[in-house]
Structure formats: structure tokens, C-alpha cells
Design a protein around this ligand. Sequence first.
Ligand code: EZ4
Ligand code: CO
Length: 412
Amino acid sequence: MKIERAEVIVTSPNRNFVTLKLTTDDGLTGLGDATVNGRELAVVSYLTDHVVPLLLGLDAHRIEDTWQFLYRSAYWRRGPITMAAIAAVDMALWDLKGKAAGLPVYQFLGGASRSGMMAYGHASGKELPELFDSIREHQELGYRSIRVQPGVPGLKAIYGVASNTGLAGNEGVRYDHEPAQRGVMPMLEDWDTRAYLRHVPTVFEAIRAEFGAELPLLHDGHHRMTPLQAAAFGRSLEPYDLFWLEDCTPAENQEALRLVRQHTTTPLAIGEVFNTIWDFQALIKEQLIDYVRAASTHFGGISPLKKVMDYAAQYQIKSGCHGPTDISPVGFAAQLHVGLAIHNFGIQEYMQHGARTNATFEQSMTFVDGFLHPGERPGLGVELDVDEAGKYPYVTAYLPYNRLADGTVHDW
Ligand code: EZ4
Ligand code: CO
């Protein structure tokens, strides 16, 4: 099973996706996701200019060797562009192995450890009534766990609060524009940490009063607090029993979590912008987090994702893979196979893709009563309709950013 052809396909059905398609000499095809939101074309170049020429003629069964070859021969370590490119190759090779053997990928990772994976969706609303409606809409879609992002008084636009109405499936309107805005410049949002820290606990108090104690609730701090602010915030949320507080401090300074951890028992999740197991090394060994947020696509693929989850398992730390719409259906399927197999599965983020994306990427994955399953089709269970993909060329699209009241750029 030798790699005979490698194509990089860019399509923007509801948003931009970069997909690697490998074809072998026996006619099998494998898919991998290399989408880096807002920097897509850099990965296209990395793949077409520097990776595709190295793949032709390689034995497609040698997944680990190919991964190590691409990682170590590049010499320059880590980084989102490199690791997304390697991820796409890794996923495509797992897809091929599964198809060659007639088995879904999870069977190679140890087989199923559960019958389905609990997913959480993104409820949001500027004011409480809209937020409550959004929570109810998600419950009607089957979600049993819900991330909550409220507006903050005095702030016009902030991360995580959908500006559009209409739920996913209905062209994915609400999610497509949140957070990626289409346009030639990043959209400007505003920020005030003190207002946020005062307001959000009152929102969780209201949600608990309305929806009761059982419903698992999550919240994403999106890298915007200092360690001391995050420590105080985590403590102020303790009465509302969060499933997790995500990305409370910027990811670059992982030592910040030591301070946060000393002050709060609110569970912590981090890592959607991490690229390698090294970014988690101290966080896992010192038990500074409770959930690993790595995404297959940004973490070098299935192979390293399985390794970091096995490492985390030694410390009772669980998975909580990043699953926004900027992970393509291929990357999403890849982490569903890992999640089904590992013992320490925690939860899976699931922002639903839009109708055009689902028509472009045909998927065996199911979402029933709040639980995800990758399906039983050999490989990853995703096929790309190249004719459909060809209808939607790349669209320039940046993530938003924010500034404080005095104009200073802040973490978004
Ligand atoms: O902002 O995927 O938890 N989810 C998130 C996402 C990220 C986007 C960035 O591309 O933080 O919404
Ligand atoms: Co996040």
C-alpha cells in the first residue's frame, strides 16, 4: 500500500477547511484535516510545497514512522502550522489503514470503551432571557451538557456570544459566524475583565435557579484573565458546580495554572491552542488541570492525541477535545475514534457544522440523545465530495480580536 497521490483540497462550504487526500497504488483514499482557522493558506503551502513531495512512494501502513520522519526531519519543532500539516498526514494514514483492514479506526486504538461520548454544545445570549432560550434549544437538540457564554453589561461584542439567530443544521448560521467573522480584517470586539468577573457568577446563579443542580455547565474564559483574576473567578464560581472552567489564563504561561490551582476547586480545562504533548508535560505531571483540550487537527493527529490521553490517564486527568466548527468533519471524526477507545474520556465539545459542510463531507458519525459515536464504517468514516467542495472557493476570514476601553489590544 504505497502513497501514489496526495492532494490538498481547500473548500469553504460554511467556513474554510483544508483537507489532505491521499490515494494509494491499490486505489484506496484517506482524508486528513489541516485547518488552522484564519491562517488556512499557510498550511496549504506547508503541505503542497514541503510535505506532499516527501510522501509519494511511502508505505502508507507506516504511520508512526511517517509521523516521526515529518516531525524530526523538519528540525524546527512544534507550531500550529507544522503540527496541523503533520496531523493531516497522520489522520489520512489511519483512515487508509482502517479501509485496508475493513475496520473503523477506533478498533486499532483498543476498541470501544463505551457506547457513546457525552457532548456539550454552546449556549449563549447577551441577556438572561436569550441565554435561557439558547440553553433550552440545546437541550431540545439532545445536549445533556452545556457551555454558557453570557454577554457582559457595558460590552458590545465579546467572544462566544452568537450574534446571529438560527441554530446549526439550519445552514449553521449561529455557529458559522461565531467566532469566525468573514472579512478582510479581524472584527474588533471590546473587553473589561473587572466587569466580566463581577457579572458572570450572577449569571450562573440565575441558571442554577432556573435549570437546577444536575445540568453540567461549562464556561470558556478564552485566555483573558491574569492568574490572580482566574483564581478569584474560579473561587467565585464554586457554588455553581461547573463541569469546567476553560482557558482561564493565556496558554503561553503554563505555570500560571499553579497559582490558580492553589486557590480554587473549580475544575480546569486547557489546551485547545497547544500543539504537542510537551505543552502538557508539567500541567499533567503536576496535576494542574482536569481536562486535556487538545484537538486532533492542531496536535499532530490521532497518534499523539492517543499518547497525551494515555499520559493524562495516569493522573486521573480526562479528555475534553476541542470541537468547534473550525475542526473539519474529518478532524472531528479522528478525535471521536480516540475518545471512544480511551479509558479516560471526559466530554467532547460539539459545535454542529452547517448543512453545506455536511453535504460536502459525508459522515458516518451519529449524535443521539446527547451522545456521539464515530460509526462503524472502515477508516474514519468521512468521505469528501470533491464536486461539492469545488463549488465553494476559499474566503478570506479572520478571527475577531479585542481592545480595552483605552485602546490596548487584549487577549481574545
Ligand atoms: O475560539 O475554535 O472552546 N472553543 C473555542 C473556540 C475557538 C475557535 C478558534 O478558532 O475557544 O470557539
Ligand atoms: Co475554548
